[in-house]
Design a protein around this ligand. Structure first.
Ligand code: SF4
Length: 439
């Protein structure tokens, strides 16, 4: 193997010791792509020795696109009173959860804009009704900044809101809204969201209350290498403190229809994405899982990322509107079941400052053909094609079933081509956070 980073760094990674910030920065800046892949796969195999890649059956609907936060990277939101602004009723959200349940979903990731007209009871009702009507589905609801908005509207502390969400039945948080956890970047991209600590504090308090969460990063815009290191250090340190993160999920900024488009016209390509997947697997030595985002990077790049240290393929995302608003969709390759509810009808709101809940909403119906993204069978096929068994998981990364990769010509001991077989329910061994010592 060609070595472009120092042998000391490589030796440290191969012997299971974490890297310091200086070593990490050197590897990020100077490690060549295949060297990063080699080291990342070594770490991945240490944490997850079995050749299996997990995925979750999920959907990612939205309850409102009304937002007062004006992030310049966002194509999804509408200001209060804009004609295509909407807020769903609890019943309308339940129709979307029902659609996901009909397709076998076990996770619904629900998020929305910062709508000051929504009371806390609405959010609690969404959780309670999901738990009551769909016990098989985990309500993976509300990002950190939505929770901050809830607290501001309700006049409560973040901890009080988190406690109420937990009592209603929420046990996990999605990691969206982190962008890049650098005060410099957040001031420019999302000044109303606060600095890095605003996001970190919500996750810290959630972990202290026993909730699990993911950490994300949206990169490929104005960040510099030190900002990347700030982000990874922030979540690695919080993981050392709480152990509450399940996975790291990086994705690239999609500029379509956003104010940032005029400065960043193209999204980052596969090379930068694969470098990030591999580097994060190496540097985040206390994170159990790294998720490849087929959805945001394209299915082929997602498959390749499984050879750059990622051990999870994300979800089916039957419904997703945020990337779609930026004009980025992945049409399904394989035939898929009936579509879930989508954005079909938009009613004018009559120029009100804040539309009443339920007015001007997208109604359940067939998604336009371009928004048909995938099906469970296709996800399994994509994982198998990449050379791994597929393992369906829960929101908390517990394995539900394992679908063995069909044997193909050239496999050792291979008798004949076969169909996928259900494997052991135990799946791969659970990988807890590493200690983070000796960096
Ligand atoms: S990213 Fe979220 S908080 Fe920012 S403008 Fe869009 S919907 Fe609002």
């Amino acid at each position: 193997m060609s070595i472009s980073c120092s042998e000391a760094i490589e030796e440290k990674v191969l012997s299971g010791r974490g890297l310091s910030r200086e070593e990490g920065l050197q590897l990020w800046q100077q490690g060549d792509l295949l060297e990063l892949a080699y080291l990342a796969n070594h770490v991945r195999r240490r944490l997850h020795p079995e050749p299996a890649v997990s995925f979750v059956i999920d959907s990612n609907p939205n309850y409102t696109n009304v937002c007062i936060t004006d992030c310049i990277f966002c194509a999804f939101y509408r200001k209060p009173g804009q004609k295509d602004a909407y807020t769903l009723t609890v019943e309308q959200v339940m129709e979307k959860v029902q659609s996901a349940a009909d397709l076998g979903a076990t996770t619904v990731l629900l998020q929305g804009g910062h709508n000051p007209a929504i009371p806390l009871d609405y959010y609690l009702e969404l959780i309670r009704e999901t738990r009551r009507r769909f016990p098989q589905i985990t309500p993976h609801f509300f990002t950190a900044s939505e929770i901050t908005n809830m607290a501001q509207v309700a006049g409560l502390t973040i901890r009080e809101v988190l406690q109420q969400l937990k009592e209603a039945g929420q046990h996990t948080l999605p990691g969206g809204g982190a962008e890049v956890l650098s005060d410099r970047i957040r001031r420019r991209l999302a000044p109303k969201k606060g600095g890095a600590e605003a996001w970190l504090s919500v996750h810290r308090q959630a972990h202290e209350l026993g909730l699990k969460s993911t950490a994300t990063m949206m990169f490929g815009h104005i960040e510099e290498d030190q900002d990347i290191m700030d982000h990874l250090d922030a979540i690695r340190n919080l993981q050392d403190e709480t152990g509450g993160f399940t996975a790291f999920v990086p994705w690239t900024f999609k500029p379509g229809n956003t104010p940032l488009l005029k400065h960043i016209p193209e999204h980052a390509g596969p090379t930068r994405y694969l470098r990030m997947i591999a580097f994060s697997r190496i540097y985040l030595d206390n994170f159990p899982h790294i998720q490849a985002s087929w959805f945001s990077e394209g299915k082929k790049t997602g498959q390749i990322a499984l050879h750059f240290g990622a051990d999870d393929f994300g979800g089916t995302l039957f419904e997703e509107n945020v990337h779609a608003a930026a004009g980025f969709v992945n049409p399904a390759i394989a035939p898929r079941p009936a579509a879930v509810g989508g954005m079909v009808v938009q009613q004018p709101t009559g120029g009100r400052d804040v539309a009443p809940i339920g007015a001007g909403v997208p109604v359940p119906g067939a998604l336009p053909a371009g928004l048909h993204k995938t099906a469970v069978d296709e996800i399994i096929t994509l994982i198998h094609e990449s050379g791994f068994d597929a393992a369906q998981r829960t929101t908390r990364y517990e394995i539900l079933r394992r679908i063995a990769r069909p044997l193909v010509a050239g496999d050792a001991g291979m008798p004949a081509k076969g169909t996928p077989k259900e494997g052991s329910l135990s799946g791969r061994p659970a990988a807890g956070p590493a200690t983070g010592a000796a960096r």
